[in-house]
Design a protein around this ligand. Structure first.
Ligand SMILES: Nc1ncnc2c1ncn2[C@@H]1O[C@H](COP(=O)(O)OP(=O)(O)OP(=O)(O)O)[C@@H](O)[C@H]1O
Length: 257
């Protein structure tokens, strides 16, 4: 088996008396879609934030290519090729879709040498139009503020931003939650295409049929710990739900965590 790209080992995160993560483990391999599932409050978003540099764990280790790393910020995570589609999308509402696609990675006239110069809005617009077209994102005008877009369009912009720049790992926290059937299908196709580029896609979803249709593996969190690792092709929706709720423990069928 290939070596893990990204690992969390025994990660703990407390908020006051709440133990959001209690010695949580997680592994992502190159070129796979791994779903991270768990009931509400299981710790999924907290784990993703830890692995994408948004929060620091109280204890435990994060490893990239088998080496411990300190992810002090999302910018640090980006340096390791880690991109994230957050649940709240993290879009700048008053900027347009093209500017959001390039947020923090703006293009300047004169290329890198022009970094202190003038933003190259036309170049950003062209690259945004090309990216949205390739991903099948239906935006009539990439120049209107994101605040004026529908929930689904906003979600598509956030997904496109991660997909365009990711080179190793993408975390997607509920990337299809606001989408209709057609756009949902496009995002799932995009996830598979990104996986086929050798990138690890970590999908957080409450939609179990969707998880089984797109994921290669599933890791299950319960009460802040990993309780199961399952191969999607050998797993049913009932087994996923059982692992999330603990019912499988009683049946003695739980996968090795
Ligand atoms: N900033 C915070 N301050 C206080 N408690 C928090 C904070 N963030 C998360 N928690 C708590 O940590 C626990 C895990 O939350 P988290 O959002 O990681 O779960 P989740 O599995 O992503 O849930 P959901 O599926 O509902 O999004 C919950 O009990 C939550 O209330």
């Amino acid at each position: 088996m290939t070596d893990p790209l990204l690992e969390a080992r025994k990660v703990t995160k407390r908020y006051g008396h709440v133990h959001a993560l209690q010695g949580a483990d997680f592994t992502a391999y190159p070129g796979e879609v791994v779903a991270l599932i768990g009931d509400n409050g299981a710790g999924k978003s907290t784990l993703v934030k830890t692995l994408s540099g948004t929060i620091r764990p109280d204890e435990g280790e994060v490893l990239v290519d088998g080496k411990p790393v300190q992810l002090g910020s999302p910018l640090d995570a980006r340096k390791y090729g880690i991109e994230t589609v957050y649940q709240d999308l993290a879009l700048a509402q008053d900027l347009d879709a093209a500017a959001n696609l390039h947020l923090g990675r703006e293009l300047y006239r004169g290329g890198l040498l022009g970094r202190l110069g003038v933003l190259d809005r036309a170049a950003m617009r062209r690259s945004a139009v090309a990216a949205f077209r390739e991903l099948g994102v239906d935006l009539r005008d990439v120049g209107v503020p994101v605040a004026a877009l529908s929930g689904g369009q906003k979600q598509s912009v956030a997904v496109a931003r991660a997909v365009v720049f990711a080179n190793r790992i993408i975390f997607m926290d509920e990337p299809t939650a606001a989408l209709g059937v057609v756009q949902r299908g496009r995002v799932l196709d995009t996830i598979k295409r990104v996986r086929d580029r050798g990138i690890a896609v970590v999908l957080i979803s409450h939609n179990m049929p969707e998880v089984l249709s797109v994921a290669d593996r599933v890791e299950v969190l319960r009460l802040g710990s990993r309780v199961a690792r399952l191969t999607a092709a050998d797993t049913t929706v009932e087994e996923l739900v059982g692992a999330m709720t603990g019912a499988l423990d009683a049946a003695g069928k739980e996968g090795a965590a």
